[in-house]
Design a protein around this ligand. Structure first.
Ligand SMILES: [Zn+2]
Length: 320
C-alpha cells in the first residue's frame, strides 16, 4: 500500500534514504513531489505511535523532570530565554497560546514577564496532568480544534518542536490562521531536514526521531509555504545550544551502535531500552557528550551562518 504525505495527503513521492526507529521498525525517508515535505514510509501506525508516546517519553510518572538534574537545569535556562522573547512579542501583556505545552513550565515562565494570560494545549497523559495543576493556565487537552478558541484571540502562538509530530498539520495551520490576531506572531521551531547533520547522518540522525516525527519541511520550503498563507518572516534562528550539539553527538554515537539514541534514552532514565549495554559504555558516552559539547557548539555557530544547523526557530507575523 502506498504511503500518504501527512501534510498534503499526496501519494506521489521519491525515496531518499532508509531509517529505523527505537523499536527496530524499518522505513524509508521519502520526499513528497507535491508539497515537498519529507516523511516516513510506511506511515507509522496508530498503535506504534501510542507506544512511542508512553510515559517514558516525558520522564517517569512520579518524576517531574524529563532528564537528569544537570541537563534539566540547562534546559530551564533556555526555557526562560524563550519565555522572555515570547513575552516581549506580546508586549508583556495579552494572550499567549503554547500548542503542545508539555508540563506548562514554559508558559509559567512567560507569565513572569508581564500581565499575560496563558493558554496551552497538550495531548492526554502525564505532562497534561502536571500542566493541569497550574492554576493560571487555561489548558485544552487533545488536538487543537477550530472551535476551541474565539477568532482573532491570541497575540502570540508558539509551537516548539511540536509541528513535526502532528497528524494533521495543515488543519493546525488553518486553525492558527483563525485564532491569531492580525499582526500577531507565530513562533515555530522544528528539525532542519536540510541541515548538515541530516545530510551527513541520514537515517541515524537523532532529530529524525522515527516514528514520532511524521514529516519535515526544509526551512526554504516552509518559509515559502508561510508566505503563501499570508505571513511575514520576522526572524529565523538556527543556532541552538539547547538542540543542536547533543543532536550531533548522539547521531555520531549512533554510528557505532545497532540501536539508536542509547545515551539520550539513558539520560531520560529509560532503563529497559539500555539494559543490554554495559554501564561502562554509557559512562564513556556521557563523558564524550560532556567533552565534545564545546566542539559541537562551535560547529553549530558555523552551521548557523549557512542556515545548516540541525534545528530552526522561525518567528512569523500574520499580515492582515
Ligand atoms: Zn505532500
Amino acid at each position: 500500500m502506498k504511503s500518504i504525505c501527512p501534510y498534503c495527503k499526496s501519494k506521489d513521492y521519491s525515496i531518499q534514504y532508509p531509517t529505523f526507529d527505537i523499536f527496530d521498525n524499518h522505513y524509508e525517508v521519502v520526499k513528497c513531489k507535491d508539497c515537498l515535505a519529507y516523511f516516513l514510509t510506511p506511515n507509522p501506525p496508530e498503535e506504534l505511535l501510542a507506544k512511542a508516546y508512553d510515559d517514558s517519553y516525558y520522564g517517569g510518572a512520579e518524576d517531574d523532570e524529563k532528564f537528569e538534574g544537570f541537563i534539566e537545569e540547562g534546559l530551564n535556562y533556555f526555557r526562560k530565554q524563550r519565555a522572555k522573547k515570547v513575552a516581549s512579542l506580546s508586549k508583556n501583556m495579552g494572550r499567549v497560546l503554547d500548542i503542545g505545552c508539555g508540563n506548562g513550565q514554559f508558559l509559567e515562565q512567560v507569565q513572569l514577564f508581564g500581565h499575560i494570560e496563558i493558554f496551552g494545549t497538550e495531548m492526554e497523559g502525564g505532562s497534561a496532568g502536571r500542566a493541569a495543576k497550574i492554576k493560571s493556565l487555561q489548558l485544552q487537552i487533545g488536538e487543537l480544534k477550530s472551535d476551541d478558541f474565539e477568532d482573532n484571540y491570541f497575540d502570540v502562538i508558539t509551537m516548539f518542536h511540536v509541528f513535526e509530530h502532528l497528524k494533521n498539520p495543515k488543519e493546525y495551520l488553518s486553525v492558527i490562521d483563525e485564532i491569531l490576531k492580525s499582526k500577531a506572531y507565530l513562533v515555530i521551531s522544528f528539525p532542519n531536514i536540510d541541515s548538515w547533520q541530516a545530510q551527513f547522518f541520514k537515517g541515524k540522525w537523532l532529530h529524525l526521531d522515527p516514528p514520532r516525527h511524521l514529516f519535515f519541511f526544509t526551512p526554504k520550503d516552509f518559509k515559502l509555504l508561510m508566505k503563501q498563507r499570508g505571513y511575514e518572516l520576522v526572524e529565523e534562528k538556527y543556532f541552538s545550544i539547547e538542540q543542536n550539539p547533543y543532536g550531533a553527538i548522539q547521531s555520531w554515537l549512533n554510528l557505532f551502535h545497532k540501536k539508536r539514541e542509547l545515551l539520550f534514552e539513558s539520560l531520560k532514565g529509560n532503563k529497559a531500552y539500555v539494559k543490554q549495554i554495559s554501564p561502562f559504555v554509557l559512562v564513556v558516552e556521557k563523558l564524550l557528550f560532556i567533552g565534545f559539547t564545546p566542539l559541537f557548539i562551535l560547529l553549530d555557530v558555523i552551521s548557523s551562518v549557512f542556515k545548516k544547523s540541525a534545528t530552526v526557530e522561525f518567528t512569523f507575523q500574520k499580515k492582515a
